[in-house]
Design a protein around this ligand. Structure first.
Ligand code: FAD
Ligand code: NA
Length: 382
């Protein structure tokens, strides 16, 4: 074995694939029972509908290197992501755009009229002197839009009373003064034609790659554990950085999500893939309806059934799946301390969203793995 990769998410698999192509023998371990990290998906057994087990994953990128690379393993559908929001029994397009504004104010404002209105409403507070999340949000988009579409949705994401949220969690709030409601504005976007798991498996499908599932790097009864391997060969570690150092500098804080999945005896529940619920009287933040991610598969999917998933958001405990870094000032100090410790680890390379305590979209995880391979691991002969 020439390289050990801890974690089989997009970061770890990209490193493994590049190393294998360069002739290295690579072992990938993952403590889960499946490859792919959070991008993993599987067909719901009852309906055949592809369900993203760790939350809906939409691929998008403007990076030509990443786009060329991912197309070696999968083609992409022409799916274009759009999100709607269900506020006080009316559905509006998201992100907040001219369509949302005109529907909300029952008006026909032009872009410049809408801009002038929002500017006037935002004058209630000044961004520079705003005391908390609420004042800052109003300073950015005005009270009516803030209260309808941002205040309570954000409070639900943080499970915190909106009046107790800090202004630091927002620097801007998206408002578009056109009718464009495409969610992403990247050059390329789409879903893997045969699903995420087929794509992830193809990355690992190389005679030089061995994948071992159900193996935790910190379990000393396993031969490939931290104690037995550090210093013996190059290691790419994509698990949580604080866990690697036994929380010596404290636990970094994360938000997690809880998912409630349900099969319904109806052909179409909500007419779209993602519906946000920004009001406090509903406990979840969104509902995903997976069949809408793949309209081209409608003949394969069950006709009279659909799979929905309600998403709830909260602070993570140590035993929860870490999803989004909270990034408080003390987290930032902790991260700097862990980065110092990481420098002292012989030939251990920390990568991915958990290893760097950073939210990374898939294209960013892949792009950063390609850079790590080129800069730190490939060497001159590759
Ligand atoms: P991960 O996928 O988390 O992989 C890390 C792997 O390491 C895991 O499989 C884990 O089991 C393993 N591991 C951890 N500890 C150990 C250990 N001790 N021993 C062995 N293995 C271990 N990106 C997009 O581009 N579009 C989206 O729409 C999108 N939606 C998202 C929605 C949610 C809810 C979340 C959380 C993320 C979303 N992402 C999205 C981001 C995407 O999931 C990440 O970019 C991707 O997961 C990053 O890959 P990674 O390899 O860094 O981490
Ligand atoms: Na203002």
């Amino acid at each position: 074995m020439d390289l050990l990769v801890v974690g089989s998410g997009f970061f770890g698999l990209t490193i493994a694939e590049r190393a294998a192509a360069a002739g290295r023998k690579v072992t990938v371990i993952d403590r889960r029972a499946h490859i792919g990290g959070n991008a993993y998906s599987e067909a719901d057994p009852e309906t055949g509908i592809e369900v993203h087990r760790y939350g809906a994953h939409l691929f998008h990128t403007s990076n030509p290197t990443v786009w060329e690379y991912v197309n070696r393993f999968t083609t992409f559908t022409n799916y274009v992501h759009r999100v709607y929001t269900h506020h006080k029994d009316v559905v509006y397009p998201m992100p907040v755009n001219l369509g949302t504004i005109n529907q909300f104010f029952q008006a026909a404002y032009s872009p410049s009229e809408a801009r002038a209105l929002i500017k006037e409403q935002a004058g209630e507070f000044d961004v520079k002197t705003a005391q908390n999340f609420e004042e800052k949000g109003i300073a950015l988009v005005g009270r009516p839009l803030f209260e309808a579409f941002f205040r309570d949705y954000t409070a639900k994401q943080w499970q915190t009373d909106p009046h107790k949220l800090s202004g630091d969690i927002v620097s801007r709030l998206p408002v578009r003064y056109t009718y464009d409601n495409r969610y992403f504005n990247d050059t390329w976007e789409g879903l893997p034609t045969e699903g995420y798991t087929a794509w992830l498996e193809r990355m690992a499908d190389h005679p030089n790659i061995e994948v071992k599932l159900g193996v935790d790097y910190f379990d000393e009864t396993q031969p490939l554990n931290k104690k037995a391997t550090v210093g013996q060969l190059p290691i790419v570690y994509t698990g949580p950085v604080d866990r690697y150092f036994d929380y010596a500098e404290g636990a970094l804080s994360w938000r997690t999500l809880d998912f409630e999945q349900e099969v319904l005896n109806t052909t179409d529940f909500q007419g779209t893939s993602v519906m946000n619920y920004p009001d406090l009287d509903v406990p979840f933040t969104r509902i995903h309806e997976f069949k809408h991610f793949h309209p081209e598969r409608k003949d394969i999917f069950a006709q009279e059934k659909t799979v929905i998933m309600r998403e709830f958001s909260r602070f993570a405990n140590q035993e929860d799946e870490p999803y989004y870094p909270v990034n408080t000032p003390s987290d930032r100090d902790g991260l700097l301390a862990y980065r110092e410790l990481a420098k002292g680890e012989q030939d251990v390379h920390f990568g991915g969203r958990l290893g760097t305590y950073q939210y990374l979209d898939m294209h960013m995880a892949i792009g950063s793995a390609l850079s790590m391979w080129r800069n730190d691991l490939a060497g001159q002969d590759d």
